[in-house]
Design a protein around this ligand. Structure first.
Ligand SMILES: Nc1ncnc2c1ncn2[C@@H]1O[C@H](COP(=O)(O)OP(=O)(O)OP(=O)(O)O)[C@@H](O)[C@H]1O
Length: 312
């Protein structure tokens, strides 16, 4: 659990984070959104103490983060940023091994961890381990960046626009990978993004920042139904509301019994993507397939239309 209590950061006379309090429950994804310069990066950097708060307290699993030695903070808190921040003169394997090496893990344990993470991110370790970052695509570099952040098995992962530089297809894949990883390790994640679609897709809770303040901290569904301020409403985009609602859950959650014609859609698609497939294929229902190919049932236009309506 991460408890941020009355945290303020000032640079000179300018307050960039203004008395922010929020609690991030263990094993959840909290997404921070807001306008440029609203203090998102500064807020998450105070969690791992890359920035020192002017006042206030941040506790990680009950412990004040000022009381935790640096090396221990680095082990407990992974940090992944846009552009990946990979060391250009170190191989992929060496990049991933950075924090475990600093922590003095033995060679065998480090090698096993590198292998595990590369496999998890669908990068063949024999082919990719010895390569240098410039020999990878942007999407591969991004995955290595996240793998490196996870190498010391942190309880907490901070991500600052980790998918910002990716094209939409790789981005969607990277988001799915992140959800899979989060389930696999049970990591508590705070992620900063500009992309509201990404926020609604990934978040258990969303924090909206405006001029250094958190103006709303709520589940995506709560935020859609009751935006705290006109700013939050604008950020969500009123014409987007039904689609945002559908972006929260997957097709698996909307499966109805029965069969349907046409190519099956994966159960992991968001309901929004499922709706898009339905509209584009011109069908009123499509089969839904589990990852092993088994047909789970169908999703229908009618079913999704009900789910897109304002929750009561
Ligand atoms: N070291 C610093 N010294 C002075 N001002 C700073 C410093 N770091 C950040 N700021 C200011 O604090 C404000 C918040 O910056 P921050 O990077 O946290 O915003 P952000 O919400 O992450 O923005 P963006 O979405 O554009 O990345 C900005 O106005 C920025 O100029």
């Amino acid at each position: 659990m991460i408890e941020i209590e009355h945290v303020t950061k000032r640079y000179g006379n300018t307050t960039v984070v203004d008395d922010v309090s929020l609690t991030v429950e263990p094993h959840t994804i909290t997404v921070i959104v807001g306008t440029s310069g609203s203090g998102k990066t500064t807020l998450i950097r105070m969690v791992n103490r890359l920035v020192e708060p002017t006042s206030g307290t941040i506790r990680i699993d009950g412990q004040d983060n000022r009381a935790v030695p640096d090396f221990e903070l680095r082990r407990r808190i992974g940090y992944a940023i846009q552009g990946h921040g990979l060391f250009p003169h170190r191989t992929v394997a060496q990049n991933i091994a950075t924090v475990p090496t600093l922590l003095g893990w033995d060679r065998k344990r480090i090698d096993a961890k590198v292998e595990e993470l590369l496999t998890l991110f669908q990068l063949d370790s024999a082919a990719f381990g010895p390569r240098y970052p410039h020999e990878l695509s942007g999407g591969q570099q991004q995955r290595v960046g996240v793998a490196r952040a996870l190498a010391a098995e942190p309880n907490v992962l901070l991500m600052d626009e980790p998918f910002g530089a990716l094209d939409p297809i790789i981005r969607s894949k990277a988001q799915d990978d992140l959800v899979a990883i989060q389930r696999h390790f049970g990591t508590t994640i705070i992620l900063v993004t500009h992309d509201m679609e990404e926020a609604f897709h990934l978040a258990d809770r969303i924090a909206v920042m405006d001029k250094g303040e958190v103006v709303q901290y709520a589940t995506p569904a709560e935020m859609l139904v009751k935006p705290a301020t006109p700013f939050v409403e604008t950020l969500i985009g009123t014409s987007e509301r039904p689609f945002r609602l559908l972006a929260i859950d997957t097709a698996a959650d909307a499966v109805e019994p029965g069969s349907a014609e046409g190519a099956p859609i994966p159960a992991t698609l968001s309901q929004r993507e499922a709706l898009s497939e339905l509209l584009w294929s011109g069908r009123s229902a499509l089969p839904v397939a589990a990852p092993d190919g088994a047909i789970l049932g169908k999703v229908s236009l009618e079913g999704l239309a009900k789910r897109a309506a304002r929750p009561r």
